[in-house]
Design a protein around this ligand. Structure first.
Ligand code: RTP
Ligand code: MG
Length: 176
């Protein structure tokens, strides 16, 4: 009985909303896409595990078939490049997992975990370096700047779909 009430109170504390919580200045959100090759190859769990283990928190998550229109908006900066048409075809070829990840310097940290763009060039130890070998079919997208993150998060998530909460280990992940 005693043990039960302690467990219950820990559980409640972990779910408390972050009212009054001050995030450090390095706290960021980034838009991550587990591309159609990741979903088709059943690598969703493996990839999310790597982001979580590092200390990034899932603030938004959905499985979605990205429409042509959304893919065009998302990769607008690449319009006109030689790989643009096949990139759109790839990104709309099957379901993707779309995530908003939050954490200290989340944008740069996620890009480091992902590795260089092409699987055959990405360093061993990174998501792309360990799990893929293709140029285009590189498993994961991550925002490359705060401006991109803001634009991309708004493209894939309605305001209420990104949740504000504080994990119970937050104090160990602070930038101190
Ligand atoms: P992402 O935007 O998807 O996170 O990738 P990235 O920043 O590392 O690379 P970026 O230059 O933005 O390219 C976007 C995606 O286009 C495909 N790509 N294919 N075959 C090619 O030469 C080529 N170049 C780029 C990749 O899927 C890349 O992630
Ligand atoms: Mg990019």
């Amino acid at each position: 009985m005693e043990e039960y009430s302690i467990r219950a109170s820990i559980g409640t504390a972990a779910l408390d909303p972050p009212s009054g919580v001050e995030y450090s200045s390095g706290m960021e959100r980034t838009l991550i896409i587990l591309k159609p090759d990741a979903v088709d190859r059943r690598l969703v769990g493996e990839i999310i595990r790597r982001f979580e283990r590092k200390g990034l928190t899932i603030a938004g998550l959905k499985l979605a078939a990205i429409s042509r229109e959304t893919a065009e908006k998302h990769y607008e900066p690449h319009r006109g490049k030689p790989f643009y048409a096949s990139l759109l075809k790839f990104m709309t070829s099957g379901p993707s997992v779309i995530m908003a990840l939050q954490g200290n310097r989340a944008i740069e940290v996620a890009r480091k975990l992902m590795g260089k763009t092409f699987g055959h060039q990405a360093e061993a130890g990174t998501i792309r370096g360990d799990l893929g070998i293709s140029s285009q079919f590189n498993l994961v997208h991550g925002s490359d700047s705060p401006e991109s993150a803001e634009r991309e998060l708004a493209l894939f998530f309605a305001p209420g779909e990104i949740l504000e909460y504080r994990t119970s280990d937050a104090r160990w992940l602070a930038d101190e």
